[in-house]
Design a protein around this ligand. Structure first.
Ligand code: SAH
Length: 199
């Protein structure tokens, strides 16, 4: 197990056995840009390109566990970035599952695609994900890794009946909102993300 995964377990952020395994299968050094390679294990966000970031490891751990991803699920991620979160989701859904991840910035789309080239169950899509991916709906799980101004209704519509959406909402500081298709909502603490660009 790499030292970042070990740290997250020791810190108590990573608890779920399946999620711990998914982290160990996808060490962060494979997703950090060359010029920040020496800092891959630090529990902080790091710059990728064009003012964007690879999220803070404890946030990725927290969100991944909150999303309750099972084997065989179809998952949508909005904000591919480095592809790290998508790689972890790929391990969790397994061979029978599928992960779609959308990125609006071409340079990051290319970066994510390269980093995810060996993941057969992941499709990286270039475009605006703020309205989801209707042509592939419904999804078992949707995760937004950029800050939305409010919970995007289009994403709730694209959930399966048993589906769950996880999205950080707010300007400046965000509250993590867990939304069940059936109506329940939970607020899971405060985080800071780069903005979701809503076109
Ligand atoms: N999940 C990423 C980190 C994401 S940072 C990782 O594991 O590395 C947020 C990303 O969302 C940025 O790369 C940003 O360009 C992208 N983004 C912002 N608004 C978007 C939109 N409307 N559609 C798709 N991607 C978007």
């Amino acid at each position: 197990m790499d030292k970042l995964t070990a740290y997250l377990v020791k810190k108590g952020v990573l608890k779920d056995e399946r999620v711990i395994r998914a982290f160990a299968e996808n060490p962060r050094y494979k997703f950090v840009p060359e010029r920040y390679k020496d800092y891959w294990y630090v529990d902080e966000p790091l710059p990728t390109f064009e003012g964007q970031t690879i999220s803070q490891p404890s946030t990725v751990a927290f969100m991944t566990q909150a999303l309750e991803v099972g084997e065989g699920m179809k998952v949508l991620e909005v904000g591919a970035g480095s592809g790290w979160q998508a790689a972890i989701l790929s391990s969790l859904v397994g061979k029978g599952g599928k992960v779609y991840t959308i990125e609006r910035i071409p340079k990051l789309y290319e970066f994510a695609k390269r980093n995810l080239r060996d993941k057969k169950n992941v499709e990286v899509i270039l475009g605006d994900g703020s309205k989801g991916l209707p042509r592939k709906a419904p999804f078992d799980r949707i995760i937004v890794t950029a800050a939305a101004k409010e919970v995007p209704k289009a994403l709730i519509e694209q959930l399966d009946e048993e589906g769950i959406l996880l999205v950080p909402v707010g300007v400046g500081v965000q509250r993590m909102v867990k939304v069940w298709k059936k109506g329940r909502r939970e607020y899971l603490g405060e985080f800071v993300f780069v903005p979701l660009v809503e076109e």
